[in-house]
Design a protein around this ligand. Structure first.
Ligand code: ZN
Ligand code: ZN
Length: 273
């Protein structure tokens, strides 16, 4: 059996098409035999709020013009409708929190609604030149290696600085945008950075995501998670369109299994060592 898809977006995410993708995504999940999915909608903020912990200098938050607040009530109603329509599919609520170590207060206020089961922590933006900006925007103006190393350093701060999430999502996110001119992306060039993040995450007892929208990881990379004490693996397609739910899970399962992890006793659970 395929593992649950723990990272899926629907029309309730600001960057996803507004036409009934939650319903169509459920339909597709049943079609391909997924046991469970979690709609982890984006939770991103465009200004600093009460009890947030902005980095020194309180950098400006840039390039977030498209972001709109998550409509928690509408989202919950939509989940309930889908649960009624697809009783054989376990449909979890969830949220993908961007930079939760910085936006601690803003995140906490939304989590207090109690509306979310699957909690993902993400880093999309890092501080550069007095602004908080998408890490991928820095490629082109700075050496690609430097961007990745700064990203991993910030990722370590996120893992150590926030305990609100259960799963660390796409921990090498800028890799999706690795510039062609920089040559091939070599995981081994960043082995120490990956291992350092993995060690901190394992110590805190949380799960690591294998994200199948990003370039697929090697077994060697997934093995580093195992060797650093990682216990749990979460599969996530990061789907923003129904056709992508559960995408490449057949390949991801082989990688995770080869690294030493097995399905949990509960088919809705993470895979475990
Ligand atoms: Zn993300
Ligand atoms: Zn996502």
């Amino acid at each position: 059996m395929l593992p649950p898809d723990n990272h899926v977006h629907s029309e309730w995410s600001w960057d996803t098409s507004k036409v009934g993708t939650m319903l169509e995504t459920c339909r597709r999940a049943v079609e391909i035999g997924l046991p469970a999915i979690a709609f982890t909608e984006h939770l991103d903020f465009t200004s600093w709020g009460a009890d947030d912990r902005p980095p020194p200098g309180m950098p400006g938050i840039v390039r977030r013009e498209r972001i709109t607040p998550l409509d928690v009530t509408g989202y919950q109603a939509s989940l309930e409708r889908c649960r009624g329509m697809f009783p054989g599919l376990r449909i979890r609520s969830g949220v993908e929190m961007g930079e939760p170590h910085h936006f601690a207060g803003s995140v906490a206020a939304v989590l207090r609604t109690g509306a979310f089961e699957r909690l993902l922590g993400s880093l999309h933006s890092i501080v550069d030149d007095g602004r908080l900006v998408g890490a991928d925007y820095l490629f082109g103006s700075q050496p690609a290696d430097d961007v990745m190393r700064r990203y991993f350093a910030e990722m370590l701060d996120l893992v150590k600085g926030s305990d609100v999430f259960q799963v660390l999502a796409h921990c090498d996110y800028p890799r999706r945008h690795w510039p062609r001119e920089a040559g091939e992306y070599r995981e081994t060039d960043f082995e120490e950075e990956y291992r350092t993040v993995f060690r901190a995450l394992a110590t805190s007892g949380r799960a690591l995501e294998i994200n199948t929208r990003s370039p697929l990881w090697s077994t060697t990379l997934m093995r580093w998670w195992y060797e650093e004490g990682g216990d749990a693996v979460s599969f996530g397609s990061d789907s923003h369109a129904p056709v992508r739910v559960g995408a490449r899970f057949d390949l991801a399962v082989d990688i995770v299994e080869a690294a030493g992890f097995r399905p949990g006793k509960d088919p809705f659970d993470f895979w475990r060592r």
